[in-house]
Write a protein that binds this ligand. Structure first.
Ligand code: ATP
Length: 370
């Protein structure tokens, strides 16, 4: 069992500040995913937790003990990297047993733990094989098995699936999800670029940008209630549509006019002083649908259609907006380029953000988190 507590963690390389005071509480047994654009500091934060990078300032506690100066091997942590780095001349069994042999565990104990890990990862029938005779996904499972046998308190993954092709990624992702279920007391922290991995694996996602945490929450909290414009556009694919708008009437039911010229009433509370403010109005492509009645949010000509089979991405030009709006519509909907389309969405699926990019619903979000 291992809670992790990060307090004001800063990391700098010389004058270059990478992490700017990270505060985070991770509960024992949680599966936490770090996401964010390339270079935002995800791997640096993970490596700092592992002890592979020194902390410039701040404190890191694992299971109540401050570990800033504890070497990696003494932190009760195992890490799985993108490159599996198996010993090519050793069998799967020996690769998995290696760290325990070094630690002078008994043969019986080694055998028990290797076989248990192999069972969890469905590697039992490969134990006598050399890595070269295995697929990338199988090799990555061996790398995970090598970490499991060490019985870590905390399991760290740095983009473990990024070297695998699409099909293997899916299969190995499912293996990792099962692994999480079979090790409910092990805290897991996982870095990825992949939205699907983040959404499907995480108990909570930590969104980072330029070394700062933008928001922490369950996948659905971040998807349904992004706290700011950055999170709104980072979580979800294609990204949330954002169009400029003005607040006509603030209050418990806010009325806005967006650049497409339509007035919209939303169940979001805005303060009186927000009257006349320029804001960003957001709606997800998948929340848009073709309007059947006179009530609609957007109207414009279809610019382009990307047919993906099950769904189609329909790009609609709306008034003075710079970018076309994207709507994810069912693949079998009749949509032709050039025709004028009217789109609508449920009021509960609409988002507004102030000039600084903060969600107007953030007070409610903060209250929920408290
Ligand atoms: N040893 C180092 N010396 C100097 N700068 C470094 C060092 N390691 C990382 N950086 C810088 O720190 C920043 C964060 O890097 P990091 O690898 O943590 O980002 P990331 O979010 O994991 O990115 P990616 O998704 O591309 O892997 C980058 O700007 C990187 O260039």
């Amino acid at each position: 069992m291992a809670d992790l507590t990060l307090r004001q963690i800063r990391k700098a390389y010389g004058n270059l500040n990478i992490l700017h005071g990270i505060d985070l509480d991770i509960k024992s047994g949680e599966f936490i995913v770090f996401v964010g654009p390339s270079g935002c500091g995800k791997s640096t934060l993970l490596r700092t937790i592992a002890g592979l990078e020194e902390i410039t300032s701040g404190t890191l506690q694992i299971a109540g003990e401050t570990v800033n100066d504890v070497p990696p091997s003494k932190r009760g942590i195992a890490m799985v990297f993108q490159s599996y780095a198996l010993y090519p001349h050793m069998t799967v069994y020996d690769n998995m047993a290696f760290s325990m042999k070094i630690a002078r565990e008994s043969k019986a104990e080694i055998d028990k733990r290797v076989r248990q890990a192999a069972e969890i990862l469905q590697l039992t029938k490969f134990l006598d094989r050399l890595p070269k005779a295995m697929s990338g996904g199988q090799r990555q499972r061996v790398a995970i098995g090598r970490a499991i046998v060490r019985n870590p308190k905390v399991f760290l993954f740095d983009e473990p699936l990024s070297n695998l092709d699409a099909a293997l990624r899916v299969a190995t992702r499912i293996e990792i999800a099962k692994l999480k279920e079979s090790m409910p007391n092990t805290t897991m922290i996982y870095v990825t670029h992949d939205q699907v991995e983040a959404m499907t694996l995480a108990d909570r996602i930590v969104v980072l940008k330029e070394g700062v945490i933008e928001q922490v929450g369950t996948p659905m909290e971040l998807y349904r209630h992004p706290g700011n414009l950055f999170v709104a556009q980072f979580i979800g694919s294609p990204a949330m549509n954002i169009v400029p708008a003005t607040i006509d009437r603030p209050g418990r039911e806010t009325v806005i006019t967006h650049v497409g010229g339509r007035k919209v009433s939303l169940p979001v509370t805005t303060p009186a002083e927000a009257a006349g403010a320029t804001i960003s109005f957001g709606v997800r492509p998948e929340d848009l649908r073709v309007a059947t009645g006179a009530d609609f949010l957007f109207e414009g000509p279809v610019d382009y259609v990307e047919q993906l089979g099950e769904v189609q991405l329909v790009y609609v030009g709306i008034g003075r907006a710079d970018e076309p709006l994207v709507a994810k519509l069912p693949g079998n909907a009749e949509v032709k380029r050039g025709t004028v389309l009217r789109l609508t969405a449920d009021a509960g699926d609409l988002h507004i953000f102030d000039a600084e990019g903060h969600s107007f619903a953030r007070e409610r979000l903060a209250a929920q988190a408290a």
